[in-house]
Design a protein around this ligand. Structure first.
Ligand code: PMP
Length: 433
């Protein structure tokens, strides 16, 4: 009733605001690729929750594992290890190159990156951390200091020794030539030349997303990550690849680093690994694990190696491999891309369509020639899409048009993809008319 809704919003004021604004939709149920609001309206989920619900909401096999975990083995003292934890380590390392063979299971992306950064510092003896200018690696102090997209202001000095390289943003880079070619190598070299000036000689690692998501679904140019690895090796640094969003098949490869032909020194997984439940993994080589431990590495959390979520992670690995979700993401990604490119033909304000597999972005501009960023247009269109049954997310960093991030569950059907694109189409038409 109206009174209940009013009471709900009044009570919601008890929540600490996170810095952005709450959605005005009260979601009461989520199943598969669909959510429902309090009035029973059906909303297609084009963001997999917070980019996490890889297998849709309430996947029956995951429900069974959660139920079994709650009945039989939920959470125990963190210094104890259990079968589901070891099974997850086995399954994950089987999916990875042989040198990535040591795992620690944590709850969130921030924690996995915090752990990876500490390992890199311990291993190299350095403390300086390099990340991209539109990066997002978390909200804790270490991961937050390596995050240059949002959340940096108001806490006093960040950690010392955090440097940034320009995000390789082909669409807008100053190193893009009038003929459309993009000299990302010169941009990267220039970036490193500035870091070399600032460094105190204690560089520890680069941390990087293979597709820069919060920064606007920016894919790395071909060969970029390889070049980055060379820079790391030259300077004695480790390469940490953060696959919070890209891991577990979303981009069409089981892990996006495979597409780049580079093996990270440390890999972090979160969001998609738990398919909506809080699970993350920091994964490294035997050598890094050994050296860190010899030097007194200590990293321990309440939910370290929790059996219930690790059982979920093991099931996610099993399903993603069994049902070949990387191939599904490639195939369905083509359907999505085609739909988005058709929209671009229809609406010139779509300046750029980018991404890979089921992780796509469209950037909204005022004029495709000048690429002048459209400030509120993307948000208005996504608000209309939400009203008409589609949930998507728009990020808007400085100097960028609002960018839709589209990353539906990999279980989505091709018909649902077309339905979502159709809702977007109508939302563009409605707002632009
Ligand atoms: N890394 C990446 C690439 C992310 O997108 C996020 C979350 N947006 C994080 C790390 C942080 O994860 P969490 O919010 O689970 O701490």
């Amino acid at each position: 009733t109206q009174e209940e809704t009013q009471a709900f919003w009044k009570s919601s004021q008890k929540l600490i605001r996170y810095g952005g604004s709450w959605s005005n939709v009260i979601v009461t149920k989520a199943k598969g690729t669909v959510m429902w609001d309090a009035s029973g309206r059906r909303i297609l989920d084009f963001t997999s929750g917070q980019m996490s619900s890889l297998l849709g909401h309430g996947h029956p096999e995951i429900c069974e594992v959660v139920d079994d975990g709650m009945q039989n083995l939920d959470h125990i003292f963190s210094a104890m290890i259990t079968k589901p934890v070891v099974e997850l380590a086995e399954r994950l390392t089987d999916m990875l190159p042989p040198q990535l063979n040591r795992c620690m299971f944590l709850s969130t992306g921030s924690e996995t990156n915090e752990c990876a950064l500490k390992m890199a510092k311990m291993y190299t003896g350095g403390y300086e951390v390099v990340s991209l200018s539109a990066s997002y690696h978390g909200m804790t102090h270490g991961s937050g200091a390596a995050t240059f997209s949002v959340g940096r202001k108001g806490y006093g000095p960040q950690l010392p020794g955090n440097f940034t390289l320009p995000v390789p943003y082909a669409y807008r880079s100053r190193f893009r030539h009038p003929d459309g070619s993009y000299d990302w190598k010169s941009e990267l070299d220039y970036g490193w030349s500035l870091i070399d000036c600032q460094s105190t000689g204690a560089l520890a690692c680069v941390i990087i997303e293979p597709i820069v998501s919060t920064g606007g679904i920016i894919t790395l140019p071909e060969g970029y990550l390889k070049e980055m690895k060379k820079h790391c090796e030259k300077r004695g640094m480790l390469l940490i690849v953060d696959e919070a969003q890209t891991g577990m098949g979303r981009t069409g490869d089981m892990f996006a680093f495979k597409h780049e032909g580079v093996i990270p020194d440390i890999l972090t997984l979160s969001k998609t690994l738990g398919a909506g439940l809080p699970l993350g993994a920091t994964i490294c080589s035997e050598e890094i694990e050994r050296v860190c431990n010899e030097r007194g590495f200590f990293y321990y959390t309440t939910h370290l190696n929790d059996p219930l979520v690790c059982a979920v992670g093991a099931k996610v690995c099993e399903i993603v491999e069994r049902d070949d979700f990387p191939a599904q993401a490639r195939r369905k990604g083509e359907v999505l891309k085609e739909g988005l490119l058709n929209l671009q033909e229809k609406y010139p304000c779509i300046g750029d369509v980018r991404g890979r597999g089921l992780m796509m972005g469209i950037e909204i501009v005022l004029d495709p020639e000048t690429k002048e960023p459209a400030d509120s247009l993307g948000t208005a269109i996504s608000a209309r899409a939400m009203e008409t049954g589609l949930s998507c997310n728009v990020v808007q960093l400085k100097g960028m048009g609002g960018t839709f991030r589209i990353a539906p569950p990999l279980t989505i059907s091709e018909d649902e993809i077309r339905e979502g694109v159709d809702i977007l189409d109508k939302a563009f038409a409605y707002v632009l008319e």
